[in-house]
Design a protein around this ligand. Structure first.
Ligand code: GDP
Ligand code: ZN
Length: 407
């Protein structure tokens, strides 16, 4: 330990929480960090469950914070939650280290729905935590302790079978592109910070169902995710015949990739499309999602499967999502529920909003509450007769509006 540092024993504040504020977690955290003035100290929590009332704080007397760990503790380490396991979050730091993190109580207190305080995909700031090695009374730091502090000793993370250092999540960055699911009457965030959804469609076996594409696209619109269409098994289909279909989606500004996991056609373009982004793969069973993942990166689908199987033994089976890292940069988001896309409950009157090609016409309908089904003076229907909206898309709309466009 350097000379300008000393260790002090401080009483654990029992009530560090403040009345919850409605919206801004970040501001609350920062306010709290300032008021408790421990942001400059590297903290070693010796807690053994709730029994410990003391914690050891390694203080930097000069408050200059030059040490590496002090730096970590002052600013925290930034990382991405790659999966959530009960109360623990597995976080990958920006430098690639994996931590098993708990969530600071303050964050939990402020959340209205505990399950979504921290979720897969979240960008979080956390402090490394090293559980005590010596006795509670020891003030001098032993050499093994110091080493453990500088480089956290791998510990067996409960339930995960992973040797993982630990951390405490202090802050969650604002989310974008969330995948949610209605869980009872609450909305549960399954994955945060998803950039795009790769909609995998099989051209044959199972056969292409265009209305299903539209359903997936609507779901993507609703989730605020950019869709990418992967028309797979092109080796079994006639690309020329697909041109009208491809054209109609390209017209909507949706990237369409023709792929074959079998021959490798389109895989390089797919890798490019995934690079640096977080992508959810969705699509019916048998369309080739696993095969495409493996074509992009050998073994990728296997890790999807392994974790799904592990989760299937747990209590919260299908709610777990995880991020899988791509060697080329970026993440694939594996969410068992999203694959079948049964996540979004779309109300009939919402549906028009998820058909981006309808937008220019909706405002021109005679009745402001036009449902574009039976009404006179419907600009959408007129657009269909003039081929400004494809009749296929319109029929998909009708199916979704009447709630009949299911798989
Ligand atoms: P998933 O259920 O969406 O993950 O689909 P799989 O990846 O398990 O693939 C289902 C079946 O389709 C398997 O028998 C694959 O070998 C086959 N398959 C996947 N992609 C292709 C492809 O591009 N061309 C052909 N001919 N078969 C494919
Ligand atoms: Zn209308």
């Amino acid at each position: 330990m350097s000379k300008d540092k000393k260790k002090v024993r401080v009483e654990m504040r029992k009530n560090r929480t403040k009345p919850p504020r409605e919206n801004d977690l970040t501001r609350d955290y920062q306010a709290d960090a300032t008021s408790t003035d421990d942001s400059k100290a590297s903290e070693r929590v010796r807690a053994k469950g709730d029994l410990s009332r003391y914690r050891t704080v390694t203080q930097d007397d000069a408050n200059t914070g030059t040490g590496q760990l002090t730096g970590d503790a002052a600013e925290g380490i930034r990382g991405r939650v790659i999966r959530v396991h009960g109360l623990a979050s597995v976080v990958e730091a920006d430098d690639g280290r994996i931590f098993r993190c708990a969530i600071r109580r303050l964050l939990k207190t402020m959340a209205t729905d505990e399950r979504s305080v921290v979720t897969t995909g979240d960008v979080v700031w956390f402090r490394p935590v090293v559980t005590g090695v010596g006795s509670q009374e020891s003030v001098e730091e032993s050499e093994p302790e110091r080493q453990a502090r500088d480089k956290p000793e791998p510990r067996l993370a409960l339930g995960l079978g992973l040797p993982t250092p630990e951390g405490m999540i202090e802050r969650v960055e604002p989310r974008h592109g969330v995948l949610t699911r209605a869980s009872r009457r609450r909305e549960q965030v399954l994955v945060a910070n998803v950039d795009q959804v790769a909609i995998v469609i099989s051209l044959v076996q199972p056969t292409l169902k265009p209305h299903l594409i539209d359903r997936y696209l609507a779901a993507a619109e609703k989730g605020g995710l950019s869709p990418v269409l992967l028309l797979n098994k092109i080796d079994l289909a006639d690309a020329a015949q697909l041109q009208p279909l491809i054209g109609s989606y390209a017209q909507l500004g949706i990237p369409v990739l023709l792929t074959s996991a079998r021959t490798g056609v389109g895989i390089e373009r797919l890798r490019e499309q995934l690079r640096g982004r977080s992508t959810v793969f969705s699509g019916q069973s048998g369309v080739g999602k696993s095969s495409l993942l493996n074509a992009v990166q050998p073994g990728l689908a296997l890790s999807v499967k392994t974790v799904s199987e592990v989760n299937n033994k747990g209590r919260h089976t299908t709610t777990y999502a995880q991020l899988l890292k791509l060697e080329t940069g970026g993440w694939v988001v594996d969410t068992p529920g999203v694959r079948q896309l049964q996540l979004w409950d779309v109300r009939a009157e919402e549906v028009e909003g998820y058909f981006r090609d309808f937008r220019p016409f909706v405002a021109l309908c005679e009745f402001p509450d036009c449902t574009h089904t039976h009404e006179s003076g419907c600009a959408v229907k007129t657009a269909v007769t003039r081929s400004q909206i494809s009749s296929r898309r319109y029929h998909s709309y009708l199916g979704m509006f009447h709630g009949t466009a299911t798989e």
